[in-house]
Write a protein that binds this ligand. Structure first.
Ligand code: GLN
Length: 487
């Protein structure tokens, strides 16, 4: 059961071979065995999860089942979930019980999915290794010396270790795709605006996008069917006809043109990652795809641009955490201003403070033109590169990360090295394009390698189709870290 696909689980539930309560208990038991070591979950609430499972069993009995009814889903702790502790990986929200549901949570609740627990993450989603979490780092299930990636590292770890069959993540510069790659699982960041940001704690609002994480493209399609949709409570939510992302999964690749950016295959990528990615592209050739060389001349600017714009937006978004209305408040202070200062000094970790300082600086009078405005102009050029590239190809492929998972502690004292983890992923956020990562092999120290696929706007169905076809002829997505299922 722990290793089953969502479709298999749904069939078992529908045929009453297992109840949702039994299934939920099975995953909770597996979590209990592994979580102390892996630290993938910040909050578990057996009682609430089992109550949802019972309600799901009632839905199934009443003939009201949806494809995800009764299926446990791990929720990144960035999503507000009613009556659940919602920390966003921060001390600042260490006492925050959400009074309401994020739209994403609400949509899962409506179809009768079970919230199996809230997953660990970098503080306010700022990080690439999960080491900035106030609740301690998550370990990579493939190698306990390695980071799981971040910021959705808890979700990626939970899937890889089979502690949950599905999870949510959010991606501002790579936080779904990078941990998916480092943990050997699949994840998709949809087109900006496809999934509602309502109730998703804001980091950089023009870049933040939620998406599913799971073992396979097929599972991602079923999850995206629930997550995607217009929401009047999010002003950047896009109003368009709903799509069935599972509809085209089996379609042959046809005349698929894969663009390989010259710039991504130059220097920077490690050999082990390069060979796994090249083998995956060779597999696509066998499936009938044609390869075209493309150019993304401004892609090299995406890290500097991202690290001006994301902190700028973060500095504004995080000003709400002031100790007044909710969240942490310093215990001792002299007056209101002192309360603000002590609360923020004590409630935020070092990386979050660094971002607030950088963001405030680039937005300040006298530096706005030199940094923020320039970065906005470059953002446009980066997006234009993709518009040009998609005249020659249908999807763009490359590595998700420059190297396999690094060791815990290896980069935590060097922010620039850490920031470079997202060198291939952040451009898609700057352009608002959908992008995903799927496992395509193992590299150095037997750690997983991810293939990165960027699609044109709203081409999620096509991306899931071509990754599903790849997963039908390969088995990387079915590999489980040694020993984890026997415990
Ligand atoms: N690693 C990037 C950062 O630290 C991206 C994080 C994310 O996508 N949330 O900002």
């Amino acid at each position: 059961m722990l290793n089953a696909s969502l479709k298999q689980l749904a069939t078992q539930l529908l045929q009453r071979k297992i109840s949702s309560v039994e299934l939920t208990k099975e995953f909770l038991k597996h979590i209990k065995t592994l979580n102390q070591e892996l630290n993938a979950f910040i909050t578990l609430n057996e009682e609430m999860s089992l109550a949802q499972a019972q309600a799901a069993d009632n839905m199934i009995a009443a003939g009201e089942a949806h494809p995800l009814t009764g299926i446990p889903v791990a929720q990144k702790d960035i999503f507000c979930a009613k009556e659940w502790l919602t920390t966003c990986g921060s001390k600042m929200l260490s006492n925050f019980i959400s009074p309401y549901d994020a739209t994403v949570i609400e949509r899962f609740n409506q179809v009768g999915a079970v919230n199996i627990g809230k997953t660990n993450m970098d503080e306010f989603a700022m990080g690439s290794s999960n080491e900035t979490s106030y609740y301690g780092p998550v370990k990579n299930p493939w190698d306990s010396l390695a980071v799981p990636g971040g910021s959705s590292g808890g979700s990626a770890c939970a899937i890889a270790a089979r502690m949950a069959p599905a999870a949510t993540g959010t991606d501002t510069g790579g936080s779904i795709r990078q941990p998916a790659a480092l943990c050997g699982i699949s994840g998709i960041k949809p087109t900006y605006g496809l999934v509602s940001r309502y109730g998703m704690i804001a980091f950089a609002s023009s870049l933040d996008q939620a998406g599913p994480m799971a073992k396979s493209a097929e599972d991602l399609a079923l999850l995206l069917n629930v997550m995607a949709g217009f929401d009047t409570r999010d002003s950047t939510s896009i109003q368009r006809e709903p799509e069935d992302y599972a509809h085209d999964l089996e379609k042959p690749l046809g005349q698929l043109r894969i663009g390989l950016p010259r710039e991504y295959f130059a220097k920077g990528m490690s050999n082990d990652v390069a060979s796994a990615v090249e083998a995956a592209i060779a597999e696509y050739r066998k499936l009938g795809a044609t390869i075209v060389e493309i150019s993304l001349p401004n892609a090299r600017l995406s890290i500097p641009v991202y690290y001006v714009l994301a902190p700028a937006e973060a500095s504004s978004n995080l000003s709400r955490f002031d100790g007044v209305r909710y969240g942490y408040r310093a215990e001792q202070y002299t007056d209101l201003e002192d309360m603000y200062k002590k609360t923020r000094a004590q409630g935020f970790g070092a990386e979050v403070k660094r971002r607030i300082l950088i963001g405030t600086y680039v937005l300040s009078h006298g530096y706005y033109d030199a940094y923020y405005l320039q970065a906005q102009k470059l953002r446009r050029l980066i997006a234009n590169d993709f518009t040009d590239a998609f005249k020659q190809c249908d999807v763009i492929m490359g590595p998700t990360t420059p190297a396999v998972a690094f060791n815990l502690g290896e980069k935590s004292s060097d922010p620039i090295q850490m920031y470079l983890s997202d060198i291939y992923t952040s451009a898609a956020n700057l352009a608002g394009l959908p992008a995903m990562s799927i496992p395509v092999g193992f590299g150095d120290k037997n750690r997983p390698v991810g293939l990165h696929i960027i699609g044109n706007y709203f081409r999620e169905a096509q991306m899931l189709n071509i990754t599903h076809r790849y997963q039908q002829v390969t088995d990387w997505h079915l590999r489980v870290p040694a020993g984890l299922l026997e415990v």
